[in-house]
Write a protein that binds this ligand. Sequence first.
Ligand code: EPZ
Length: 427
Amino acid sequence: MEKFVINGGRPLVGEVTISGAKNAAVAILPATILAGGRCVIENLPDISDVLVSLQILQALGARVRMLNRSTYEIDTSRITGTQVPDDLSRQMRASYYFLGALLGRCGTAQVAMPGGCNLGVRPIDQHLKAFSALGASYAVEYGRIHVDGGQLEGAHTFFDTVSVGATMNAMLSAVLAKGQTVLENVAKEPHIVDLANFLNMMGADVRGAGTDVIKIRGVASLHGCSYSIIPDQIEAGSFMVAAAITGGNVLIKNIIPKHLEPISAKLEQAGAAVEEFDEAVRVYRTGDLTPLKIKTMPHPGFPTDMQPMMTVLLSLAQGTSIITEGIWENRFRYVDELVRMGANIQVDGQVAVIEGVPRLQPAPLRAPDLRAGAALVLAALAAHGISEIEQIQYIERGYENMAGKLQGLGADIRRVQTAAAPIPQAL
Ligand code: EPZ
């Protein structure tokens, strides 16, 4: 096990290059199963969730070859199994995308439910609703979800809630179904559009991704292709906040500025300057941080995955900020760690009231999950003195070489070995 040791208090200055989007990659890799051929996927982030996805593909019979650190060739001509090994699927919540992809290609799939009672906390009822509409049946047995459908038939699904995962899984299962599928009240995140573009590149007929309604005309077969994954909106947003919170000046490269608009708008309101270029943004501070009200919402609203980073930033603003979490029931668990650093934050259900303080104090910290872990890194970068962050395996599920990229901006951060600890459940 490793931890980060951060000597905070230095402004970050320089340039950083953003990696491919985790939440696109973890859907596009399973989608290669639908090709029944050879795909070359570029701009894959070097993170543990991608490695687990590649291992699952291999376990199912796909041939996986690394062409360079961010490019893999995946040949899914022969798929020899439809059951994702439990030990792999439990490491990653997004293993549920193998349900949709295997169902679409093979008419059946089995994937372990990540973390036992997650149907309660992070339900997948909307994924199952879409599979059922296409004619599949499902059952949960021995902690595994089984879906069976044979030849699926296109159908109409109106989602009860806007869900990224259910939208993507429905798309995966419907592209080879017979006839037309209409998905309404769908998610519109950039990774939804990226998955649609990839499916279309393989010969699918998916229209409307990025709007509330997606229409899919089933095709008889797909083929392999080469595809480059979009840049990671949340990694970019995290570096934007890092620049603002340390009073630095950072050029964030390999991004799509349009995807960052909800984040740029709030950062500007909070007192940072955001200059847009074609494929980059520069972020720096123009004065003191000012308090904000934010509510997280599905895209194009403010992304829930940036909520912990904004809480850290606003804990140093002059005045009272209010953050309302509009997506997840329990996404303020990290606030206790910030309070131990001297932040003044009260949480009541899904609302956090933040009274800005002049500075944060360094402290020993534990990353409770991926995005909260990244937020604690930002807090430690802002706090003058040495903080240590344990459980960084959570952070490394979603951020490629975070320490190295921060070092490139002048941060004093080291990744050091600690005593062994159990592998945590996937978020
Ligand atoms: C994706 O999770 C992301 N993960 C999450 O990012 C992100 O926080 C979330 O979308 C929202 O943007 C991946 O893409 C791998 P949802 P997902 O289905 O798809 C409810 C990160 O840090 N819901 O859009 O699982 C659900 O409880 C991760 O990178 C149902 O009720 O999220 C939640 O309240 C963390 N029934 C809301 O919808 C369902 O069947 C949105 O969840 C599905 C979801």
